[in-house]
Ligand binder design. Structure first.
Ligand code: FE2
Length: 521
């Protein structure tokens, strides 16, 4: 382990470290063990780790401090300070060599696992919506059915007469359905209308069942859910005792990918007056290794992939009055400018671009990749995919979804907010669906297959859209919202949305450890 490696570990954990401390760690017989010991014991109020924070004797005596960790995610809150201060310190004096390999583009393969592009079946007819929702129901109910022995709703509606059924006589029953209505009673209980292909039924969730009720507050329209409970004596209502959501299995194994780094970003918004061009250029300089900070240069050398989760440009006609906030009024000129920026990115980095609601493709989701007339301006290291799309980056399955449904989830689910964008992404994992609610902010194209169903579980879910950065683990899936390159717009001021621009999550593909680099200073 050389000095750059040591430095990089501490930067990724959100700490600065003095040159003397780096030297001390490198001189130790087991630098990895010592680093674990330091990170495990350091007070989080410490910004700069010095030799006084390193207990060499303790590390030598404690073999339990061996590095056996799996993937770890770190949200580096003070990265801007970190980078600025490191630039001011003579760190170069302690660095001998980066030791990082250089990659060829061919070393960084990408394969597309799922993508609507060139596979759209939808023309917008009524029956296509029926087929779309049946596809959703059958795929999600199959996941739930492995955990509950459910009966068709039709069987509950038959022979509905007092005395013949209900309560203990009929026993507990289970159903799986799509939620078509959510109401509250005057006493505050929740009544959910649940449909399957055979009929519909009402399910009551009582306020007194606190855990169940809390779980029910997270349910949204058009989500597929299982319920177990007892029927009332008239057979017209189920009193819920258990709610079974599709969710990810608890047995999801921790997984590492290959090597190197994937840089995740989104919402560049080229063409907007609030696009932050100078920080973006500093970011491109970083990707080119063009930085005085050797620790950053070392990270840069490891970058194999750059993934963009939508809103490459600001577009035109997206919201009323947008023309007053554009410095490039023509959408094709916006893409030509974006292509120039992407041409500056080293050609050995594989770039993947997926569209968002500001891009020049259909607004209804799933969205296909950008059209050929736009793609043609971009360099050959750029791969275009639709939204959503799952791609394989040399062993890492990353699901890219712009994240428009977070707008719906903020309105519908308690605890989901624009300041904590990954909370909405956790709900997507629990629904096993990226955008369940039909008829709200997300317009949904009725494709034959519901492309939002999470059949295959990704290693990473990468969203954007809300312009705030967030990183979180959910059952060993890494959830990343990659923020924006656009400063606060007038619309966001009115909506009291405060973006966190120019912050870039960088995922280590071997460990999925994530750090956030800031380019706003
Ligand atoms: Fe955006």
């Amino acid at each position: 382990m050389n000095e750059v490696d040591v430095l990089t570990v501490f930067i990724e954990e959100g700490y600065q470290i003095s040159p003397e401390a780096v030297e001390l760690i490198c001189s130790h017989c087991s630098p990895e063990r010592l680093i674990q010991q330091v990170l495990g014991n350091i007070d989080t109020s410490v910004l700069v780790i010095g030799v006084e924070h390193i207990d060499i004797d303790s590390a030598a005596a404690d073999p339990a401090n061996e590095s056996t960790d799996g993937p770890v995610t770190t949200f580096v809150e003070n990265s801007a300070d970190t980078l600025r201060i490191q630039t001011e310190q003579p760190l170069a004096s302690v660095i001998t060599s980066s030791g990082s390999p250089d990659f060829l583009l061919s070393d960084n393969p990408v394969s597309i696992i799922s993508d609507i592009s060139d596979n759209s079946t939808c023309v917008g007819e009524y029956m296509e919506f029926v087929q779309f929702f049946r596809n959703r129901y059958s795929r999600l109910s199959e996941i739930i059915r492995s955990r509950v022995n459910a009966r068709p709703i039709e069987s509950l509606n038959k022979n509905r007469s007092p005395g013949l059924r209900g309560g203990k006589d009929f026993g507990d029953v289970s159903i799986i359905g799509m939620i078509s209505d959510i109401k509250s009673t005057s006493n505050g209980h929740k009544i959910l209308e649940v449909e399957d292909p055979t009929g519909s039924f009402s399910v009551l969730v009582r306020m007194a069942d606190k855990e169940l009720y809390e779980q029910a507050t997270h349910l949204v329209l058009d989500e597929v859910v299982g319920f177990s409970g007892a029927l009332t004596n008239d057979g017209k209502l189920m009193i819920a005792q258990k709610i079974i959501i599709p969710d990810l299995p608890n047995t999801m194994a921790k997984k590492g990918g290959s090597f190197g780094k994937a840089v995740l970003t989104s919402d560049v918004h080229v063409g907007s007056t609030t696009f932050m061009e100078e920080p973006w250029e500093r970011f491109v300089d970083f990707l080119r290794g063009d930085t005085d900070n050797e620790a950053l240069a070392a990270i840069s050398k490891e970058v194999r992939y750059l993934v963009v989760a939508g809103d490459l440009v600001d577009g035109v006609g997206i919201y009323p009055g947008q023309e007053h906030e554009l410095n490039i009024p023509d959408v094709y000129d916006q893409y030509r400018k974006a292509a120039e920026y992407f041409d500056e990115i080293p050609k050995n980095i594989r770039v993947i671009i997926s569209p968002g609601n500001h891009d020049a493709v259909r607004q209804a989701e799933p969205q296909p990749k950008l059209p050929e007339c736009i793609r043609a301006d971009f360099p050959s290291n750029v791969t275009f995919v639709g939204n959503p799309a799952m791609v394989n980056l040399d062993g890492t399955k990353i699901l890219i979804y712009h994240g428009r449904s977070i707008d719906d989830l903020v309105a519908a689910v308690p605890g989901v907010s624009y300041t904590e964008p990954t909370r909405g992404m956790v709900e997507m994992m629990k629904f096993r669906h990226l955008s369940p609610m039909y008829g709200s902010r997300v317009s949904i194209a009725p494709e034959k297959n519901d492309h939002f169903v999470l059949g295959q579980v990704p290693d990473i879910l990468h969203c954007g859209h809300v312009h705030t950065v967030g990183v979180e683990w959910y059952k060993n899936v890494l959830l990343v919202n990659s923020g924006t390159w656009q400063d606060q717009t007038e619309f966001q001021k009115r909506m009291n949305v405060v973006p966190t621009p120019c912050q870039v999550p960088v995922v280590d593909l071997a460990t999925y450890r994530t750090s956030i680099l800031r380019f706003d200073e």
